[in-house]
Design a protein around this ligand. Structure first.
Ligand SMILES: [Zn+2]
Length: 96
């Protein structure tokens, strides 16, 4: 029996691209392939369908997110400012 290589998901690249880059690929891919928390049903069943597309296996909720993680820091900021703009627009409407 041959010795098992400890390269993980970057094994498909063989000896190419250098160790440092391959290790980075393993790190990112292991993050992407992990099950993530569903924003709809809160269960850890969200898997990546494609780059930036995530689907919950429990409730079927499909949503757009980051390429590697379902939520990104910049996405959080965008969400916060979007909801802030909405609520301030509502407040303006109520005043007039
Ligand atoms: Zn769900």
């Amino acid at each position: 029996m041959g010795r098992a290589k400890k390269v993980g998901s970057a094994g498909r690249y063989g000896a190419r691209f250098g160790v440092t880059i391959r290790k980075r690929i393993v790190e990112i891919e292991s993050q992407a392939k992990r099950k993530h928390l569903c924003p709809s049903c809160q269960s850890r069943a969200v898997k990546r369908v494609s780059v930036g597309i995530w689907r919950c296996r429990r409730c079927g909720h499909t949503f757009a997110g980051g390429a590697v993680l379902p939520t990104t820091k910049i996405g959080d900021v965008a969400r916060r400012s979007a909801s802030g703009a909405l609520s301030s627009a509502k407040a303006k409407q109520e005043k007039s």
